[in-house]
Design a protein around this ligand. Sequence first.
Ligand SMILES: Nc1ncnc2c1ncn2[C@@H]1O[C@H](COP(=O)(O)OP(=O)(O)OP(=O)(O)O)[C@@H](O)[C@H]1O
Ligand SMILES: [Mg+2]
Length: 275
Amino acid sequence: MYRMLEFSGVSYDYPGHGTDQPALTDMTCSIGQGEIVALLGANGSGKSTLVRLSNGILVPSAGTVRVDGIPTDDDELIWEVRSRVGVVFQNPDNQIVGTVVEEEVAFGPENLGVKRNELRSRVDEALAAVGLTGLERREPHLLSGGQKQRLAIAGALAMRPGYLVLDEPTSMLDPAGRSDVLGIIDRLRDSGTGILHVTHHLADTLGADRVLVLHKGRLVYEGLPDELLFGALDLTALGLRLPAAMRFAEELRRQGVTLTARARDASSIGEALWG
Ligand SMILES: Nc1ncnc2c1ncn2[C@@H]1O[C@H](COP(=O)(O)OP(=O)(O)OP(=O)(O)O)[C@@H](O)[C@H]1O
Ligand SMILES: [Mg+2]
């Protein structure tokens, strides 16, 4: 059996949404195990709708979503779907239910019926994966923004999902918190998890294996991060902003500085200048 999180011709229209275009139209894409797929798009382009469709919180108005071949719209298989696709929603602060960190992480697998002794090892493993070991008894509201985001990821990981869907996991973090989360995503990919990383920061997609771009609910690009950055697509028209380092490189070029075409981050710009 093929192992994949797969959207085939998926459309979604919120009930009573009016005459506007649907939130998502005819979306086809897949996330395999051991790869990072980044999903980019402006506000309202349909990213979070796709996230809600990934584990059956919403079911498609048309088309199908399948996880390892299991359709998300079969009520009898919904827990099978939810145990395979871990989701961290856009604002994890609103999702905290535990009074201490370890309780928060245990919540998901406990609901799946995981036994006490296995629960312990799952919680320990998940906290270690996000670098929160030692904070088991800490109250979640005392954590920093970055720690809360990592706690939310640990909660999803404790289900031992094959796929992890992260909705803007770095949007509220400072640069250090962002690079922590990006590092966690890389390590999870290396251990075989399939990752869908939803973001509106182009800079956060540079380490992805593939990038998808949504515009007004439709897929308008699928390809490599570099091809998106240096290709023909008008990124501004899609509501995307170039990474700060690339805007800086453009400004340098405008001032007459010669830079290689592919200067895309601080170190490649440095090399292009002095390398
Ligand atoms: N619960 C809802 N009920 C009705 N319409 C909704 C609902 N949630 C989203 N929408 C609409 O669906 C469209 C896509 O929204 P969605 O939240 O998926 O976009 P997004 O790309 O995640 O945006 P953001 O970057 O702001 O998080 C928008 O037009 C939005 O207004
Ligand atoms: Mg969103």
